[in-house]
Design a protein around this ligand. Structure first.
Ligand SMILES: [Fe+2]
Length: 229
């Protein structure tokens, strides 16, 4: 039954990606090439990480949130541009992007259980930052509404991690064309906050030598600073 809810949302998302509105706005641009792949890949990574670490099955709300976390950008009239904006506005824009995406999920799925969609919105709102924490960095306990079996803030971490990891699996080779400096700062941004089991998955993958070297360099820097946890 729960699996069907994910399938319903997935069909709606893929229909939008196949729509004339989407094609007109994005085909031929970089985005038109990556959206479908990125959405499905984040679902795949979240599933792998969760299954490896957690004892209960992957929550449907987390699967839906993983699929939809960036979906404002498949609606040309709703997308929030986080790419071409002044650095001081970047965090703010990311917040608006998350909020807009959650709102779209809610509006497009009014026929699905409210608790499920509210949980998925909670996760989407945190996909750029991870779960809510106390000052000592421990997670705040907020149980999900739909099944009452897991901490939403813990699940939000998985989505945050999977989204970051997706860069290493799909985008890194193309991104390397922007130059060494940009690549290293993107690697640093994408590794920060990841737990060691996720970093291990990234390290195990094969990369072209220059990229491997950049990843190793950043990992070395991070281990010196003890930023990874
Ligand atoms: Fe995002």
């Amino acid at each position: 039954m729960n699996k069907d809810y994910y399938e319903i949302v997935k069909e709606r998302i893929l229909n939008q990606i196949d729509s004339e509105e989407y094609k007109k706005a994005y085909v031929g641009k970089e985005q038109g090439k990556v959206d479908r792949r990125h959405f499905l890949e984040v679902v795949h990574i979240v599933k792998e990480l969760w299954t490896q670490q957690e004892k209960i099955p992957l929550p449907t709300a987390l699967k839906i949130a993983a699929l939809c976390h960036d979906s404002d950008r498949i609606y040309p009239t709703r997308e929030v541009n986080t790419k071409d904006c002044p650095e001081e506005l970047y965090e703010y824009r990311k917040g608006v992007h998350s909020g807009n995406t959650a709102l779209i999920l809610f509006e497009n799925n009014l026929d699905l259980p409210r608790e499920l969609i509210r949980d998925a919105c909670y996760l989407i709102l945190r996909h750029e930052k991870g779960g809510d924490r106390f000052k000592d960095y421990t997670l705040i306990e907020t149980m999900d509404e739909f099944t009452n079996t897991y901490n939403l803030n813990r699940a939000a971490d998985y989505l945050w991690w999977a989204d970051k990891m997706s860069f290493f699996f799909s985008n890194i080779v193309e991104y390397a064309n922007r130059g060494k400096e940009k690549l290293q700062s993107k690697i640093l941004y994408s590794l920060e906050g990841l737990p060691s089991f996720a970093v291990q998955k990234i390290s195990k993958k094969d990369y072209p030598p220059a990229i491997k070297e950049s990843i190793d360099k950043v990992l070395q820097k991070l281990s010196e600073k003890h930023i990874t946890r």
